[in-house]
Design a protein around this ligand. Structure first.
Ligand code: NAD
Length: 450
């Protein structure tokens, strides 16, 4: 049988594309070597959020005096948290399988390799069988990057995020190498569960790609909670459970030890199995795609982390929609609004942002309000001030970026994304009515205050 579309990888990009193309009546085959759902569902977003939610319950229970509540003998059971995480993941994976079954999409469990390609046909092998399709969509995702630090390989004290998520027991202390998104989410988990945490970050601030005032706010909050944050610090070697590091303000090498060393210094595109596509174009190890997710080979598309654009599950799904739309020659032709992609970091408090930051301020002005301008925020976030920053084009008054730190920022950043995506100006956004009392009203307050 010849398929219309072969998809390698069953993460958010792969399963979204499979469902869409199948729904459109096309024959689709999807190859996945592990579980459906990819990194996000199995070893990323969902398991992390399940564990973080448990940790937050424990933290809130032990810090409830702020709200006039005392609880004694509060404990947590890490094995029970892990068990719940596994059940959540299993149910969601089963849901994806069901949805693909409903659309009669063929799913093959195994590692696929491209065997050959012409402009008309792509041939793939998997588990000793060969399959042919008119189009190929590569959604092979990314893996944890292992930096070339001496002593990191085959070291039982080293964890990557996958190993940390699978751990059955908690360490008493952990060093986190990399104060990016993954590093800060694990710092939150461990700190809330009472584990001693040190973060080592090479840049001059944690979450260096985010707005500077947000990094500064979280640095203050986490330092007060006892997290040791070492910025402008490079790990030069690891020896067993001891890390050697060099800070930019000192020539002396420091040594730090912990029960575990969690290394999270970025991810790299998975490109194994694609060797037969020898003309496929790459940039910095990721597949080059145009606005419609087309590679330089006519019937080969790519979506998700493997394109190295923005490594987020919701970007992957949207890229998959655009790729399939293009294959099906749907009108109007879709593009991705990369300027309006929301992102969330699940620290406590949460960070959520969309659009440009103060680093790209040319022609724009920024305006910041504390989250305490929201009555609901005041009622529910004792001791927190948070902040909401608006970036506006000075001339057109269009909203270009919104950056929030404060709970529950993740739940209302979509409203800001909508404004950025649609190019709303301040006068237009002022006409939007927000429900009262909600923390989302901070967006309206920030716009009114401008
Ligand atoms: P990252 O790029 O966010 O952060 C890695 C950090 O490690 C950087 O700040 C970098 O300066 C630092 N670093 C690099 N080498 C170092 C060294 N030798 N010593 C000290 N620090 C060093 O990468 P990540 O945190 O690994 O996340 C990977 C990807 O997964 C990102 O694209 C991220 O957006 C995505 N992700 C998203 C979410 C979410 O949306 N909530 C959650 C987890 C991961």
């Amino acid at each position: 049988m010849q398929y219309f579309l072969a998809i390698i990888g069953g993460g958010p990009a792969g399963y979204t594309a499979a469902e869409l193309a199948s729904k459109a009546g096309k024959d689709v085959i999807l190859f996945e070597q592990n579980a459906l759902g990819g990194t996000c569902l199995n070893v990323g977003c969902i398991p992390t959020k399940s564990l973080l939610y448990g940790a937050k319950q424990y933290y809130n229970a032990t810090h409830a005096q702020r709200y006039g509540v005392t609880a004694e003998n509060v404990n947590f059971d890490f094995a029970a948290m892990q068990k719940r995480k596994t059940i959540v993941v299993r149910k969601l994976v089963a849901g994806i399988r069901q949805r693909l079954n409903n659309e009669h999409c063929t799913v093959i469990n195994g590692a696929a390799n491209v065997l050959s390609r012409t402009d008309e046909l792509v041939t793939i092998t998997c588990n000793g069988e060969t399959y042919q399709a008119q189009n190929l969509l590569i959604c092979t995702g990314s893996s944890n990057f292992v930096p070339p630090i001496p002593g990191i390989q085959d070291n039982p004290f080293i964890w990557d995020s996958t190993a940390a998520l699978a751990a059955t027991e908690l360490p008493q202390s952990v060093i986190i190498v990399g104060g990016g998104v993954i590093g800060m989410e694990f710092a939150t988990l461990y700190n809330e569960l009472g584990i001693t945490v040190t973060i080592i970050e090479a840049m001059s601030r944690i979450l260096a790609t985010l707005d500077e005032s947000i990094s500064a706010y979280l640095t203050t909050v986490y330092s007060k909670r006892g997290v040791n944050i070492l910025t402008s610090s490079k790990v030069t070697a690891i020896n067993g459970n001891t890390v050697q590091l060099l800070t930019s303000d000192s020539e002396a090498i420091q040594q730090l030890s912990a029960d575990k060393i969690l290394v999270c210094v970025g991810r790299r595109a998975n490109i194994q199995g694609l060797e037969a596509l020898n003309d496929l174009e790459y940039i910095r190890g990721a597949i080059v795609v145009d606005d419609f997710m087309r590679t330089n080979l006519p019937n080969v598309y790519a979506a998700g982390d493997v394109t190295g654009k923005i490594m987020l599950a919701h970007v992957a799904s949207r890229q998959a929609e655009v790729a399939v739309g293009r294959m099906l020659k749907q009108i109007p032709v879709q593009r991705i609004a990369y300027n309006a992609i929301p992102s969330v970091v699940y620290t406590n408090p949460e960070v959520a942002s969309v659009g440009i930051t103060e680093n790209d301020l040319e022609g724009c002005e920024e305006h910041t309000l504390p989250m305490t301008f929201s009555g609901r925020f005041m009622a529910e976030n004792e001791g927190e001030t948070g902040l909401c920053k608006l970036v506006v084009n000075t001339k057109s008054q269009a909203i270009m970026g919104v950056h929030v730190v404060g709970n529950p920022a993740s739940e209302f950043i979509a409203a800001a994304s909508f404004a950025v995506r649609m190019g709303y100006t301040l006068p237009e956004f002022r006409q939007v009515v927000f429900p009262h009392p909600t923390v989302s009203e901070i967006l309206r307050e920030a716009v009114n205050d401008k």
